[in-house]
Design a protein around this ligand. Structure first.
Ligand code: FAD
Length: 479
């Protein structure tokens, strides 16, 4: 019997754990399509941005993780179309299109940054969702100290030494805490014209509390700790403008103000993947306010028992956008599918088991909420350390992370301070380029071959000159 073809979109927590949960099924053939060739451990992105970890340390190759899983193959590409009628997924990389048919689809494309309708802020206030984002922020943060060293006027120097983090959730708190540690510990002795300890770090949120999801007590202790570290915490404050040299705010009483700051970090708001709208257009599903797909209690798309939507891009019972929701959802969807293939009754509706949440503030200080327990300080930090090592994927990654943490937390140094021009400039340059100037894979006529029998994907170069046929439909199958 022909194997059941499962296409998985995304190599994050949802996509990877869903693929792995189907590893014992010889009757299933999985194709994982993702726009990056790595799995990304997003919770440690802020450590890449602040020079503690290297990008490779938190982003092992998906292909390598799945190398031994014989029923899975990995293809690189950004999904540009999902056709629920034809049951195909189209992906594209540098002008090469690949069409992959499916019997069952598992969509785990995550979420992006939301600027609440002010996408123009992104030019000056990068978010933190990808390795590119984290490296750009690393360049901007370390670069700001370099520029401050060169500044000739006090106002210019102060602008370079002011860092604004927008969003007082876990990512914003972690970023603000780490920039404070950089200024007060790591860079303390490295400059001659400036004193990095003079840096001003401002954490802004429209909400009245730091870490709202952790409750009043832990939010309060995180705020106290940040204040002790010299971070200015501005709550009940809305950002109304962002430009190259500063940020405009409106305080809770409506008073406008401006903070002159060269470095802005956006850690507020998420927006479900754009693939959600594509699915909603072709099914009975609706999107919630954050653009996430409202799914059935069994994580299927309304009206489509053959399509599962999981993780950050799914909306069900107000579940939070955290790794455990994606991992448990992925395992549930795999179990649900296996029951269907075996003709067994479906498992009961998906129910999430909350294992707790944690956020670090600085070295030796974190907050943790586990079941009814709430604690902060050193014990919470040790727990945070242990859990992150357990969930980091790859033995190499665990060893190198432990080494880097020893250097940064016991010592004063940061091993990953390298910054390149690409890191700081590339995103904005690519964004302003005309799409026709973006690089494409070359079309070489002699590459057209007769397809091997029954390819699971067909590829074609979409870079053909206008009027010229693209390389034919039955191109060679992608690997
Ligand atoms: C900075 C940061 C810190 C975080 N800290 C924590 C934490 O401490 N604890 C916690 O539990 N959670 C944390 N989270 C949240 C957690 O990382 C997410 O909930 C989790 O990654 C969601 O998994 P997912 O599989 O749904 O999406 P993701 O992990 O985001 O994966 C999405 C995948 O889809 C791919 N993709 C997207 N669009 C396309 C497309 N069009 N075509 C092809 N591929 C596509 C992406 O490349 C990626 O591989 C954090 C998130 C961030 C950004």
């Amino acid at each position: 019997m022909a194997p059941h073809r499962v296409v998985v979109i995304g190599s994050g927590f949802g996509g990877l754990f869903g693929t792995q949960a189907l590893r014992r099924r010889d009757d299933v053939e999985i194709t994982l399509v993702a726009k990056t060739s790595h799995h990304l451990f997003q919770p440690l992105l802020y450590q890449v941005a602040t020079g503690i970890l290297s990008e490779g340390g938190i982003s092992p190759s998906t292909r390598e993780i799945l190398a031994r899983q014989k029923n899975a193959r990995v293809i690189l590409g950004t999904v540009t179309a999902i056709d629920l009628g034809a049951k195909t997924v189209t992906s594209e990389v540098l002008g090469r299109e690949t069409v992959t048919p499916f019997d069952t689809l598992l969509v785990a494309a995550g979420a992006g940054q939301s600027y609440f309708g002010n996408d123009q802020f992104a030019e000056y206030a990068p978010g933190m969702k990808s390795i590119d984002d984290a490296l750009e922020l690393r360049g901007r943060i370390f670069g700001a100290f370099e520029w401050a060293e060169l500044a000739t006027a006090p106002a210019e120097r102060d602008r370079y030494l002011t860092f604004v983090v927008v969003g007082a959730g876990p990512t914003g708190v972690e970023m603000a805490g780490q920039i404070a540690e950089l200024a007060h510990r790591t860079l303390r002795r490295d400059f001659r014209s400036i004193d990095p300890r003079q840096a001003r770090i401002v954490l802004i949120d429209a909400a009245p509390q730091v870490l709202p999801s952790f409750g009043d007590r832990l939010g309060g202790s995180a705020r106290d700790r940040l204040t002790k570290m010299g971070v200015e915490v501005e709550l009940g404050t809305k950002v109304v403008g962002v430009d190259s040299t500063g940020i405009d705010i409106e305080k809770s009483d409506g008073t406008p103000a401006r903070i002159e700051a060269m470095t802005k970090v956006w850690a507020a708001g998420v927006q479900g993947s754009e693939l959600g709208a594509m699915l909603a257009d072709q099914s009975d599903a609706e999107l919630d306010r954050a653009g996430r797909v409202r799914v059935n209690p069994d994580l299927t798309l309304p009206g489509r028992p053959d399509v599962y939507v999981i993780g950050d891009m799914a909306s069900l019972d107000n579940l939070p956008g955290v790794a455990q929701v994606a991992i448990q959802g992925a395992r549930y969807a795999a179990k649900h599918l296996m029951a269907r293939l075996d003709g067994k009754p479906a498992p009961p509706s998906f129910s999430y088991f909350d294992k707790g949440s944690m956020a670090t503030i600085s070295r030796f200080s974190a907050v943790a909420s586990v079941g009814k327990l709430r604690f902060s300080g050193f014990l919470a930090w040790v727990l945070w350390l242990a859990i992150h090592i357990v969930y980091l994927i790859g033995f190499k990654q665990r060893i190198t992370t432990l080494l880097h943490w020893t250097v940064s937390f016991i010592g004063r140094g940061r091993s990953e301070r390298t910054v390149t021009a690409q890191q700081i400039l590339a995103r904005n340059i690519i964004r302003t380029m005309d799409p026709k100037d973006l690089p494409k894979l070359p079309v070489v006529e002699s590459d057209h071959v007769t397809p091997t029998p029954a390819p699971t994907s067909t590829t074609r170069a979409s870079a053909s000159a206008p009027g010229e046929p693209a390389s034919d439909e039955g191109g060679h199958s992608a690997t």
